[in-house]
Design a protein around this ligand. Structure first.
Ligand code: ZN
Length: 573
């Protein structure tokens, strides 16, 4: 709210004509003259609230007393602001100010709202005769902020909605195989300004996300992992114990619950430490492998966010293994087996390994570090793994093995990581009873293979130019009719396929457009199989099958297609 107060000898004003569509009702259309007034020119702005009104009234009262004015003229004056409140709101506040000042025993005249007026005034020449002020209440003035009218909050929904648009993609600077372009073409995901760096997974994108998790669950379950789920929000005590409060606070989303400072988890580790503590553990329980796919939030500067590659809300195939020193070797061997299975056997991604050793600033005993580093090297040599040493690049709590994958564009990505932690178990005072009946502290291995699922999906999309393997494809088969005559028959084939393959993701395109249009659309969505049913297929009871990137094959028998499809899915091909 902006005002100018003018201490005048007199003011004369007269409404001339409507300035807005629905001005207030005129009680007096004659010229009015008030002697010795304090004239208050006012513009009520967006974001004004009861507090700004109160501050304004108090300031006017003070000035009026200082200049000994008994008469106050409230004069709506839109020219003071380019951020005016809607007329109803403004009139409400002006009336409120009028009542408040009348309550303080001033004679208040309010010039009519919503009219062009002519006015004449003569300002006295003393130092306090001309003052201007701005009142913001407690609220920073932002378009679309809630407006409080007599205790009621009114939100300008359409304005707010306009401000929360879907993030637009400037495709002019991006390559065709950029995952953000593929994501749009294939209808996989989007972002919205209302939640920066947080993915909206569309139904088709969610298929990829879930299939990756299903795959991870399957192989981890075989490898003896158990899945858990821990909370999103933790009291800051937890983060103080884990060290995040001191070392990582600038990346934490901090909030409060019942007056206690809390933070959204950026990692699962501390939650898993608490989970370990829920029971008395013995050496027989080890190794204990907790896996969790929950959401993590890490505060990143909005300028550094980059599609799926760098996000604020992420999910990992995160695992913490609690084990004894003796079990370390076989645990790491097990992790390397999973790494090979995922990267090489499933996605044919080459990878290289780096071992990062004790940094200058480290926690714990030097002997433990030496022992751990020797152990990690021994395991890798035994597994004939070629690795490079990054001297002094380990985490402050332990040495780590990083796995870098190479994509088809020759880019290197650090996705997987194995970190040996000798500190967190101590900080959380984790214990298990050993065979010797004494208390021991377990070691903790932090490990992720996909790393961030969001980023891994982004890498896969670019690496494969959207041509995801059959098992990961959101739509696996597109059923197309050659002409309208063939719709019935194509529908029948579609239903027969569904009967044979209950989990198949199949769509049909029976639009009246040309066959070439329909094939082009399906190809743009990178669909692995396009089946066309025309007169010939109808007659012979066969399929015309176009596998992605290949020439169409005619006369394929239904059973042969089903058999091949099934085989491919089972092999995660
Ligand atoms: Zn961890």
């Amino acid at each position: 709210m902006k005002i100018i107060t003018l201490h005048c000898d007199y003011i004369k004003f007269k409404p001339l004509k409507k300035a807005i569509k629905n001005p207030e009702e005129l009680k007096n259309d004659k010229e009015q003259e008030i002697d010795n007034p304090l004239v208050v020119l006012i513009a009520v702005e967006q974001g004004d609230n009861d507090k700004s009104i109160k501050e304004m009234v108090e300031a006017v009262e003070k000035t009026a007393k200082d200049v000994k004015a008994k008469n106050i003229v409230l004069y709506p004056y839109a020219h003071l602001s380019s951020n005016l409140a809607p007329p109803d709101t403004a009139l409400g506040y002006l009336t409120e100010a009028q009542y408040a000042l009348e309550g303080k025993k001033f004679n208040v005249v309010r010039a009519p709202f919503g009219y062009y007026k002519e006015f004449e005034l003569k300002v006295k020449g003393h130092p306090l005769s001309e003052l201007s002020k701005e009142f913001k209440g407690d609220v920073e003035i932002i378009k679309g902020m809630p407006k409080e009218i007599k205790g009621e909050v009114v939100h300008d929904s359409s304005q707010l909605l306009k401000e929360m648009s879907r993030s637009k993609l400037d495709t002019s600077k991006l390559k065709d195989n950029d995952h953000r372009i593929l994501g749009q073409k294939m209808d996989l995901f989007s972002f919205n300004e209302s939640s920066p760096g947080s993915v909206f997974w569309h139904p088709k994108g969610m298929v990829i996300f879930n299939e990756l998790i299903n795959f991870s669950r399957e192989i981890q379950s075989e490898a003896g992992y158990t899945e858990v789920s821990t909370p999103q929000l933790f009291d800051n005590k937890l983060w103080k114990i884990s060290g995040h409060w001191d070392h990582y606070k600038s990346n934490l989303f901090v909030t409060a619950y019942e007056g206690k400072e809390s933070a959204l988890k950026p990692m699962n580790c501390p939650g898993h430490m608490l989970l370990f503590r829920t029971k008395t553990r013995s050496y027989k329980d080890l190794p204990l492998r907790f896996s969790e796919y929950g959401s993590l939030h890490r505060m990143e500067l909005s300028g550094t966010l980059n599609g799926l590659f760098r996000v604020i809300r992420m999910h990992q195939d995160d695992t913490h293994i609690f084990c004894s020193f003796e079990q370390l070797e076989s645990e790491i061997e097990g992790i390397f087996k999973l790494i090979k299975k995922i990267y090489k056997d499933t996605f044919n991604l080459d990878y290289r390994i780096e071992l990062s050793t004790r940094p200058d600033k480290f926690m714990g005993k030097k002997e433990d570090w030496d022992k751990a580093e020797i152990m990690l090297e021994k395991v890798m040599k035994k597994l004939k793994i070629v690795y490079k040493i990054n001297k002094g690049d380990g985490a402050f709590y332990g040495p780590k093995i990083d796995i870098h994958i190479k994509d088809s564009l020759d880019r290197s990505w650090q996705c997987g990581t194995i970190q040996l932690d000798m500190q967190l178990p101590t900080r959380f005072q984790l214990e298990y009873t050993g065979e010797d009946n004494k208390a021991h502290t377990p070691l903790v291995l932090h490990r992720a293979i996909f790393g961030s699922l969001e980023r891994f999906i982004g890498i896969l999309l670019e690496h494969l130019n959207g041509n995801l393997p059959l098992w990961l494809s959101p739509v696996q088969i597109k059923m197309i009719n050659f002409t309208d005559r063939n719709i019935k028959s194509a529908e029948k084939v579609l239903n027969d396929i569904k009967k044979e393959l209950p989990f198949v993701r199949i769509e049909s395109d029976f639009r009246g457009t040309t066959i070439n249009d329909k094939i082009r659309d399906a190809e743009m969505q990178r669909i692995p199989y396009i089946i066309v049913i025309g007169d010939k297929e109808e007659e012979k009871g066969t399929l015309a099958v176009r596998a992605r990137g290949q020439k169409p094959v005619f006369g394929v028998s239904f059973d042969k297609f089903i058999g091949e499809f099934r085989e491919k899915i089972e092999a995660r091909g």
